[in-house]
Ligand binder design. Structure first.
Ligand code: NDP
Length: 297
């Protein structure tokens, strides 16, 4: 593998909000930045800041040894990358796919890249567009360590923290899935809580300071329960799952009394009740992890 790519030139394929933020950070770092997007016109601000607009994806790829793609999902990145002319142009270059999707899609793309002589890294961005180019950005990467090390300086121009999670190219996507699982489940809880509160005449603004208090309880619990889950130790001394299930049933009852569907909470309560039925009622709620993993019972 060549480690001598010209790292002063980068190409960004995909100019949604995130692609534009990435290209903007490369420009701010003084890199020669070529951009392309399926729908024309999204590059105007970047071009005004010094980016070169390419007419086609293959032209964009040909302009740089280092290519980043960031589009909505891997159906979209496949539609761009797997065109024969684009695949040919990518040969012997480095492609970093910062599009979010599943680990299986990342591994499939890595196989495709290997078959086409393309050096490939897969990544996930864990923070919003506004963090890109700042210390707050969080990037996860996976794939061949030597390729990652060779391109670390150019990745660092995107700001924030970059973590290489290992050679299994699906690992960044696997972390992304697990972390977005937390995010979306929490957002579902918040959306539901706002509706339940509204039904009782409580505004979002009234609830928000207390909602933040609930959110602040979580980080130390995440840390503690991570160790418990790894060790298979689910002691519920301070909050047994029987008590948790009772609390959940109140939420369901109060919501449904206002004709607010409570399907998410019903699903969670069902999991807790299954754990209890399996004889683990004195354990803590995180015993559900084992129920879902289909071991430990
Ligand atoms: P979107 O997820 O909406 O992606 C928009 C981009 O995808 C556009 O460039 C769009 O092109 C392109 N696209 C969609 N379908 C196709 C297709 N069939 N062929 C070619 N291009 C296509 O916006 P973002 O830029 O915000 O997100 C990009 C990635 O970054 C996503 O995977 C997202 O999950 C991830 N991400 C985003 C964050 C954010 O805060 N926005 C935070 C963390 C990760 P066109 O303009 O032609 O429609």
């Amino acid at each position: 593998m060549s480690t001598y790519d010209d790292q002063s030139a980068v190409t960004v394929l995909g100019l949604g909000p995130m692609g534009r933020a990435l290209a903007g950070a490369f420009l701010d770092a003084g890199l020669r930045t070529t951009v392309w997007n399926r729908t024309p016109g999204r590059d105007a601000e970047l071009v005004a800041r010094g980016a070169t607009a390419a007419g086609t994806a293959e032209e964009a790829v040909a302009a740089s040894d280092f290519v980043v793609v960031c589009v909505v999902n891997y159906d979209a990145s496949d539609a761009i990358l797997r065109q024969p002319a684009v695949a040919d142009a990518l040969k012997d270059r480095t492609l970093v796919n910062l599009t979010a999707d599943t680990p299986a899609r990342a591994r499939d793309t890595a196989d495709w890249a290997a078959a086409h002589g393309i050096r490939y890294l897969d990544g996930a961005i864990m923070t919003p567009t506004t963090t890109i180019g700042t210390p707050e950005a969080v990037f996860l990467h996976s794939g061949p360590e030597d390729v990652y090390r060779a391109h670390q300086p150019v990745l660092d121009t995107l700001g924030g923290t970059h973590t290489h999670l290992g050679e299994d190219v699906g690992r960044a996507a696997a972390y992304d899935i697990a972390l977005l699982d937390i995010f979306w489940t929490a957002m579902a809880g918040y959306a539901h809580a706002l509706a339940a509160a509204r039904a009782e005449g409580i505004t979002g603004r009234e609830l928000a300071p207390f909602a933040q208090g609930i959110a602040a309880i979580l980080p130390p619990l995440f840390e503690e329960f991570a160790g418990d889950a790894d060790a298979g130790n689910y002691s519920g001394d301070l909050n047994p799952i029987t008590s948790a299930a009772s609390s959940m049933s109140h939420i369901i009852e109060a919501s449904e009394a206002h004709a607010i569907e409570a399907s998410v909470m019903r699903a969670v309560e069902g999991q807790a009740r299954r754990v209890i039925a399996l004889g683990h009622g004195t354990d803590g709620f995180i015993r559900v992890t084992d129920l879902l993993s289909r071991h430990g019972h």
